[in-house]
Design a protein around this ligand. Structure first.
Ligand SMILES: [Zn+2]
Length: 222
Protein backbone atom coordinates (compact mmCIF):
# COMPACT_ATOMS: atom_id res chain seq x y z
CA UNK A 1 0.00 0.00 0.00
CA UNK A 2 2.80 2.39 1.04
CA UNK A 3 4.66 1.50 -2.13
CA UNK A 4 1.55 2.34 -4.19
CA UNK A 5 1.15 5.71 -2.44
CA UNK A 6 4.83 6.49 -2.97
CA UNK A 7 4.50 5.57 -6.66
CA UNK A 8 1.46 7.83 -7.02
CA UNK A 9 3.25 10.65 -5.23
CA UNK A 10 6.30 10.19 -7.46
CA UNK A 11 4.33 10.31 -10.70
CA UNK A 12 2.19 13.18 -9.41
CA UNK A 13 5.34 15.13 -8.60
CA UNK A 14 6.95 14.12 -11.89
CA UNK A 15 4.00 15.34 -13.99
CA UNK A 16 3.87 18.59 -12.03
CA UNK A 17 7.58 19.08 -12.71
CA UNK A 18 7.14 18.44 -16.44
CA UNK A 19 4.26 20.94 -16.60
CA UNK A 20 6.30 23.47 -14.70
CA UNK A 21 9.22 22.92 -17.08
CA UNK A 22 6.93 23.28 -20.12
CA UNK A 23 5.57 26.53 -18.67
CA UNK A 24 9.00 27.96 -18.01
CA UNK A 25 10.35 26.84 -21.38
CA UNK A 26 7.80 28.83 -23.33
CA UNK A 27 8.78 32.46 -23.61
CA UNK A 28 5.80 34.70 -24.34
CA UNK A 29 6.64 38.22 -25.49
CA UNK A 30 4.70 41.16 -24.10
CA UNK A 31 3.98 44.33 -26.08
CA UNK A 32 7.12 45.98 -24.68
CA UNK A 33 9.31 43.08 -25.82
CA UNK A 34 7.52 42.82 -29.17
CA UNK A 35 8.35 46.45 -29.93
CA UNK A 36 12.06 45.59 -29.70
CA UNK A 37 11.85 42.92 -32.44
CA UNK A 38 13.47 43.57 -35.83
CA UNK A 39 11.21 44.72 -38.70
CA UNK A 40 11.14 41.17 -40.12
CA UNK A 41 9.37 39.96 -36.96
CA UNK A 42 6.79 42.75 -36.75
CA UNK A 43 3.14 41.97 -37.48
CA UNK A 44 1.56 43.47 -40.55
CA UNK A 45 -1.98 43.52 -41.93
CA UNK A 46 -2.19 40.92 -44.70
CA UNK A 47 -5.61 42.18 -45.82
CA UNK A 48 -3.92 45.38 -46.97
CA UNK A 49 -1.38 43.52 -49.13
CA UNK A 50 -3.68 42.88 -52.05
CA UNK A 51 -7.34 43.84 -52.62
CA UNK A 52 -8.17 40.29 -53.70
CA UNK A 53 -7.48 38.92 -50.18
CA UNK A 54 -10.88 38.41 -48.59
CA UNK A 55 -11.44 38.38 -44.80
CA UNK A 56 -13.81 35.88 -43.20
CA UNK A 57 -12.38 36.03 -39.67
CA UNK A 58 -14.60 33.56 -37.84
CA UNK A 59 -13.20 34.25 -34.34
CA UNK A 60 -14.38 37.85 -34.62
CA UNK A 61 -17.91 36.41 -34.81
CA UNK A 62 -19.84 33.71 -32.95
CA UNK A 63 -19.73 31.54 -36.10
CA UNK A 64 -16.85 29.35 -34.92
CA UNK A 65 -16.43 26.07 -33.07
CA UNK A 66 -16.48 27.76 -29.64
CA UNK A 67 -19.78 29.56 -30.36
CA UNK A 68 -18.21 32.64 -28.77
CA UNK A 69 -16.64 35.80 -30.16
CA UNK A 70 -12.94 35.58 -29.32
CA UNK A 71 -11.51 38.65 -31.14
CA UNK A 72 -12.87 42.18 -30.57
CA UNK A 73 -12.92 42.73 -34.34
CA UNK A 74 -11.72 41.17 -37.58
CA UNK A 75 -7.98 41.38 -38.09
CA UNK A 76 -5.50 39.27 -40.09
CA UNK A 77 -1.83 39.74 -39.30
CA UNK A 78 1.37 37.86 -40.06
CA UNK A 79 4.96 38.73 -39.28
CA UNK A 80 6.66 40.54 -42.15
CA UNK A 81 8.72 37.57 -43.31
CA UNK A 82 5.67 35.29 -43.50
CA UNK A 83 3.56 38.03 -45.09
CA UNK A 84 6.07 38.30 -47.97
CA UNK A 85 5.59 34.60 -48.71
CA UNK A 86 1.83 34.94 -48.32
CA UNK A 87 1.72 37.76 -50.88
CA UNK A 88 3.74 35.62 -53.28
CA UNK A 89 1.11 32.87 -52.92
CA UNK A 90 -1.75 35.35 -53.34
CA UNK A 91 -0.25 36.82 -56.54
CA UNK A 92 0.26 33.36 -57.96
CA UNK A 93 -3.31 32.28 -57.14
CA UNK A 94 -4.66 35.49 -58.73
CA UNK A 95 -2.93 34.50 -61.98
CA UNK A 96 -4.84 31.19 -61.84
CA UNK A 97 -8.13 33.08 -61.31
CA UNK A 98 -8.42 32.54 -57.55
CA UNK A 99 -8.41 34.76 -54.48
CA UNK A 100 -7.56 33.81 -50.89
CA UNK A 101 -10.17 33.73 -48.12
CA UNK A 102 -8.56 34.29 -44.70
CA UNK A 103 -10.23 32.63 -41.72
CA UNK A 104 -7.50 33.35 -39.19
CA UNK A 105 -3.88 34.47 -38.98
CA UNK A 106 -2.02 35.88 -35.93
CA UNK A 107 -3.75 34.91 -32.72
CA UNK A 108 -2.70 36.64 -29.49
CA UNK A 109 -1.49 34.15 -26.85
CA UNK A 110 -4.35 35.15 -24.54
CA UNK A 111 -6.81 33.83 -27.18
CA UNK A 112 -5.06 30.45 -27.13
CA UNK A 113 -5.45 30.42 -23.33
CA UNK A 114 -9.15 31.21 -23.78
CA UNK A 115 -9.58 28.36 -26.32
CA UNK A 116 -7.93 26.01 -23.81
CA UNK A 117 -10.32 27.08 -21.05
CA UNK A 118 -13.29 26.43 -23.33
CA UNK A 119 -12.07 23.23 -25.04
CA UNK A 120 -9.61 21.41 -22.80
CA UNK A 121 -8.52 19.01 -25.54
CA UNK A 122 -5.22 19.05 -27.43
CA UNK A 123 -6.83 17.32 -30.41
CA UNK A 124 -8.71 20.52 -31.15
CA UNK A 125 -6.81 23.44 -29.64
CA UNK A 126 -3.19 24.26 -28.82
CA UNK A 127 -1.99 23.65 -25.28
CA UNK A 128 -0.92 27.05 -23.86
CA UNK A 129 2.18 25.42 -22.34
CA UNK A 130 3.42 24.96 -25.92
CA UNK A 131 1.76 27.94 -27.59
CA UNK A 132 0.32 27.94 -31.09
CA UNK A 133 2.00 28.68 -34.40
CA UNK A 134 -0.71 31.27 -34.83
CA UNK A 135 0.69 32.98 -31.69
CA UNK A 136 3.95 33.52 -33.59
CA UNK A 137 2.25 35.30 -36.50
CA UNK A 138 3.48 32.44 -38.69
CA UNK A 139 0.27 30.50 -39.44
CA UNK A 140 -2.75 31.17 -41.61
CA UNK A 141 -6.10 29.42 -41.98
CA UNK A 142 -7.30 29.98 -45.53
CA UNK A 143 -9.43 28.84 -48.41
CA UNK A 144 -10.05 29.95 -52.01
CA UNK A 145 -12.73 31.79 -53.97
CA UNK A 146 -13.17 32.36 -57.67
CA UNK A 147 -12.11 35.87 -58.61
CA UNK A 148 -14.69 36.21 -61.40
CA UNK A 149 -17.71 35.31 -59.24
CA UNK A 150 -16.64 35.74 -55.61
CA UNK A 151 -17.96 32.25 -54.86
CA UNK A 152 -15.98 30.11 -52.40
CA UNK A 153 -14.47 27.00 -53.98
CA UNK A 154 -15.71 23.64 -52.67
CA UNK A 155 -13.23 22.17 -50.20
CA UNK A 156 -13.22 18.77 -48.45
CA UNK A 157 -14.94 20.12 -45.31
CA UNK A 158 -16.05 23.32 -43.65
CA UNK A 159 -13.45 25.36 -41.74
CA UNK A 160 -12.66 23.98 -38.26
CA UNK A 161 -14.19 20.62 -39.06
CA UNK A 162 -12.50 18.09 -36.80
CA UNK A 163 -13.30 14.94 -38.78
CA UNK A 164 -10.85 12.78 -40.72
CA UNK A 165 -12.09 14.36 -43.97
CA UNK A 166 -10.35 17.59 -42.89
CA UNK A 167 -6.96 15.89 -42.97
CA UNK A 168 -4.63 17.34 -45.58
CA UNK A 169 -4.31 14.01 -47.40
CA UNK A 170 -7.86 12.71 -46.92
CA UNK A 171 -9.16 10.77 -49.91
CA UNK A 172 -12.54 9.39 -51.02
CA UNK A 173 -13.89 12.94 -51.25
CA UNK A 174 -15.55 14.85 -54.08
CA UNK A 175 -13.02 15.13 -56.91
CA UNK A 176 -13.50 18.91 -57.29
CA UNK A 177 -12.83 19.55 -53.59
CA UNK A 178 -9.67 17.44 -53.73
CA UNK A 179 -8.52 19.34 -56.82
CA UNK A 180 -9.14 22.70 -55.12
CA UNK A 181 -7.26 21.54 -52.03
CA UNK A 182 -4.37 20.44 -54.27
CA UNK A 183 -4.19 23.91 -55.90
CA UNK A 184 -4.16 25.58 -52.46
CA UNK A 185 -1.53 23.21 -51.06
CA UNK A 186 0.63 23.38 -54.18
CA UNK A 187 0.81 27.17 -54.29
CA UNK A 188 1.25 27.59 -50.54
CA UNK A 189 4.12 25.10 -50.33
CA UNK A 190 5.76 26.69 -53.38
CA UNK A 191 5.55 30.08 -51.62
CA UNK A 192 7.25 28.78 -48.47
CA UNK A 193 4.54 27.35 -46.21
CA UNK A 194 4.15 23.86 -44.77
CA UNK A 195 0.98 21.76 -44.93
CA UNK A 196 -0.58 20.86 -41.57
CA UNK A 197 -1.51 17.13 -41.53
CA UNK A 198 -4.93 17.34 -39.82
CA UNK A 199 -6.31 20.62 -41.23
CA UNK A 200 -6.47 21.34 -44.98
CA UNK A 201 -6.97 25.09 -44.26
CA UNK A 202 -3.93 25.57 -41.99
CA UNK A 203 -0.46 26.51 -43.30
CA UNK A 204 2.70 27.26 -41.32
CA UNK A 205 5.41 29.57 -42.57
CA UNK A 206 8.42 27.29 -42.88
CA UNK A 207 10.60 29.29 -40.48
CA UNK A 208 7.99 29.37 -37.69
CA UNK A 209 10.07 27.80 -34.86
CA UNK A 210 12.52 30.72 -35.10
CA UNK A 211 9.90 33.29 -34.16
CA UNK A 212 8.61 34.02 -30.66
CA UNK A 213 5.15 33.51 -29.20
CA UNK A 214 3.48 36.91 -28.86
CA UNK A 215 0.85 38.13 -26.46
CA UNK A 216 0.03 41.44 -28.07
CA UNK A 217 -3.65 42.23 -28.42
CA UNK A 218 -5.05 43.65 -31.66
CA UNK A 219 -5.95 46.87 -29.88
CA UNK A 220 -2.44 47.33 -28.45
CA UNK A 221 -0.65 46.98 -31.77
CA UNK A 222 0.90 50.20 -33.01
ZN1 LIG B 1 -4.74 27.24 -37.93
Amino acid sequence: MIKRILTLLFFGFYSLTVCAQADTLLKVLSLKEYLLLPASGKLIDILALNTSIHADIRYATTNNFTGKQIYPYAKALLINRAAEAFLKASDSLNKLGYGIVVYDAYRPYRATVKFWELIHNEDYVANPSKGSRHNRGCAVDISLYKLSTGVYLPMPTEYDDFTLNAHAEATCLELSSMQNRTILQGVMTWAGFNIFPTEWWHFDFSGWPNWPVLDVSFTDLP
